[in-house]
Design a binder for this molecule. Sequence first.
Ligand SMILES: NC(=O)c1ccc[n+]([C@@H]2O[C@H](COP(=O)([O-])OP(=O)(O)OC[C@H]3O[C@@H](n4cnc5c(N)ncnc54)[C@H](O)[C@@H]3O)[C@@H](O)[C@H]2O)c1
Length: 276
Amino acid sequence: MEDKTAQTVVITGSSRGFGLCQAKKFKELGCNVVISGVNETNLAKALAELEQINPQDTRAVSVVCNVTERSNLEKLWDSAADAFGGVDIWVNNAGVNSPDRPVCELTEREINNILDVDLKGVVSGTAVAFAGMRAQGYGKIYNVEGYGSNDAMMTGLTMYGTAKRAVTYFTRSMARESHDLTGDCIKVCRLSPGIMITDFITHANGGETSIVLSDKTKKFYNIVADYPETVVDYVVPRMITNDKNDAKIEWLTGAKVAVRFLTAGFRKRDFFAGQE
Ligand SMILES: NC(=O)c1ccc[n+]([C@@H]2O[C@H](COP(=O)([O-])OP(=O)(O)OC[C@H]3O[C@@H](n4cnc5c(N)ncnc54)[C@H](O)[C@@H]3O)[C@@H](O)[C@H]2O)c1
């Protein structure tokens, strides 16, 4: 049952998108992975894909987990610890986008959903993983940042940005708590993936609402965005080797953005070709 030669990685919201891509890369690099999400059918499909990767050395399991329910996150921890004897890396990845509307036009339900998943889900996930890691004496937690983490502001993204700005503060303050409580044995870190072409950029409320991208937004994404497969090639090896508390693993740095704009005329990319 227990295999401590391979590291064990738990990722919330990993039945698709960035979460699933991370799981594939971790498995390719020799880690056992525990994927999770709200939809059992999507999870089963994702698990079947993962089982094809590096099957001799690694295993994957899936657990249904809605991050808005702390009891689900506790079950996720327990399932991972039972299957693999501990958790080395826990990624609070699950997230939903804002509908592209100002706050005064959002319903109470839409606002609550963003805060419940994007902020409360990360707080609960961190609390559960931290407690488990404190008991086992080691571990790394990565919280996924996003638009607003650096104080950027835009009409239509206020609630998402509010949640992600708070995630950044919370993660850094938890790193401080870990320093005081565990002498940095548990690393609480930030993962900044930039902009990725996933369902996230065209859907809000966890898939319920479509977001129509303007030509200007598409042009911007064609310059700065990447497929998640590109991002994980960079971030996942660094997540494995990182040994610092309060680290930030960042794909799209300011310097990279500047180069992208300077070279945009030569790098013709169209992620939306063939779409309406
Ligand atoms: N795509 C981007 O441009 C981008 C940029 C910066 C940060 N991010 C962040 O990356 C993370 C992953 O986003 P993505 O692009 O893969 O989006 P995605 O929509 O493809 O995936 C989000 C995942 O979260 C899951 N999820 C949603 N609500 C959940 C809940 N209540 N409980 C459990 N799982 C839930 C979804 O089922 C899905 O698997 C999010 O935290 C997002 O904020 C995305």
